[in-house]
Design a protein around this ligand. Structure first.
Ligand SMILES: Nc1ncnc2c1ncn2[C@@H]1O[C@H](COP(=O)(O)OP(=O)(O)O)[C@@H](O)[C@H]1O
Ligand SMILES: [Mg+2]
Length: 141
């Protein structure tokens, strides 16, 4: 499903990823472990197109995504959930969740979105209780 081969990337003169290769099959859950500054976030940002891969290839479902902009990669179904609480504070909890489903709406998959929302509410019932609350008023926990 995701094939990363000899990928290199970094920031300016700093090369962070040096020939990173990994394969992730459909249904697999893969964890990347490493010290602070090892390059875990940089790897995820490179796969998502937020920082460009300088060399190597990244294939998602057999399609080369290494040179695509982030929004195209998201539309293919490869998304990054960023660390930190990057919520849209003036929007409600439900609106924040639905924004994550925007590509599905664009593909006219409203039924799928409703089904996904129910699944998420099943996993995290508090979200349903607070779906109308403004995200900026949630406590950090
Ligand atoms: N925006 C940035 N500009 C310059 N250097 C960065 C930037 N983000 C991360 N780095 C550097 O890239 C290296 C890897 O960082 P990062 O991918 O955040 O590591 P990790 O997520 O494993 O803690 C570190 O040396 C870090 O200082
Ligand atoms: Mg990190």
């Amino acid at each position: 499903m995701l094939r990363i081969k000899n990928v290199e990337s970094g920031y300016g003169r700093l090369k962070v990823l040096k020939k990173v290769t990994m394969h992730i099959r459909a249904g697999e859950i893969v964890t990347i472990i490493g010290a602070n500054g090892a390059g875990k976030t940089s790897l995820l940002k490179t796969v998502s197109g937020l920082i460009p891969a300088r060399s190597g290839e990244i294939l998602f479902d057999m399609k080369e995504i290494g040179k695509l902009p982030p929004e195209k990669i998201v539309f293919l179904g490869c998304s990054l959930v960023p660390e930190g609480r990057q919520l849209f504070a003036p929007m409600t909890v439900k609106e924040n969740i639905l924004l994550g489903a925007y590509p599905q709406y664009r593909k006219k998959r409203g039924d799928q979105v409703r089904e996904d929302l129910e699944r998420i509410y099943g996993l995290f019932p508090r979200l349903r209780e607070r779906e109308r609350q403004l995200a900026g008023t949630l406590s950090g926990g």
